[in-house]
Design a binder for this molecule. Sequence first.
Ligand code: NAD
Length: 356
Amino acid sequence: MIYRIAVLPGDGIGKEITPEAVEALKKVGAKCGLSFEFEEALIGGCAIDATGGPFPEATQKLVKDSDAVLLGAVGGPKWEGLDYSIRPERGLLGLREVLGTFANLRPAKVYPMLADASTLKKEVIEGIDIMVVRELTGGLYFGRPKGIEKLPDGTERGVNTLTYTTPEIERIARVAFDVAGKRRKKVTSVDKANVLESTELWRRVVSEVHKGYPDVELGHMYVDNCAMQLIRNPRQFDVIVTENMFGDILSDEASMLTGSIGMLPSASIGGKVGIFEPIHGSAPDIAGQDKANPIATILSVAMMLRYSFNQEKAAEVIEEAVLKVLEKGYRTGDIMQPGMKLVGTREMGRLVREGI
Ligand code: NAD
């Protein structure tokens, strides 16, 4: 079987980091007997420049016909003045919409040699390895009615609605239990069931789905407590599954426990084709200077191997190679520490391939 991968480098450092991830895939493919086919297309600002829109038809066709999407990052100062409807970020929303990815997976893992990069005490964050599974297409960000209305007395009223249907909760719960099955087999479902009826349903449905996963442990936690526990005792978590907005906030909190944005991958799955990308943006301040850390993007293709292609061994080979390079003391600028060896984007990519 040949896996067809749509490569969308996007803007800024996206153009520098995606080639390193592609090369890492080729290398692990040669080692593990997997074949890949890569095709590039435009998204974001570069697509606006070339075609007038951030998500051109050619790109839409390519991603729909592929087995997985590797995305760099989009955006930059050049396109900031544009109308919201044609901003580079609209390309990302369009991509998710077209592929129907309803589950966003964001790991937060602390590497022992980088534990000093966190703003929290080393003894609190050492050893954390959390996966936040965020519902991506429903909840408070999409529920209707929404908007701002004028009231008869001249004041205004802003409205958003938190809705979830049983099938929407069932499918995200299944993703969480499946992911936990590949990890330490523990799911914490986060809600506000003491106040919000929609999340009372969430809790009930997650518990129901759990009956089909007897080898996975399930716990429930209120969102305010979860925000606190992530700082107080983050090692207690394996997989956290939660509503769209709760997940937006908690996944950012969890990722900042690690302190290194250039190290964190992500996946959006659940539809026919998964999207794999670093959590960071296009970093215009360092773009084109061979300074960007390619590891988040390289780890994103490890997630692609694990979650889209079920190639656990190949995923581990990449993750171990990254660990080896860090152990040898190589660092890009964003994770540089005294006494370590500073390398650029291309050299970091080469070292990871050597590790593979
Ligand atoms: P950013 O993530 O691009 O950068 C924040 C800071 O982290 C910068 O100082 C940057 O140099 C650094 N950084 C980020 N990734 C790095 C890497 N791999 N290696 C080394 N350093 C890295 O966020 P921002 O500056 O707020 O946004 C810049 C642009 O990116 C904006 O146009 C924004 O809209 C866009 N953006 C896109 C995405 C996406 O494509 N998914 C996500 C966030 C922001």
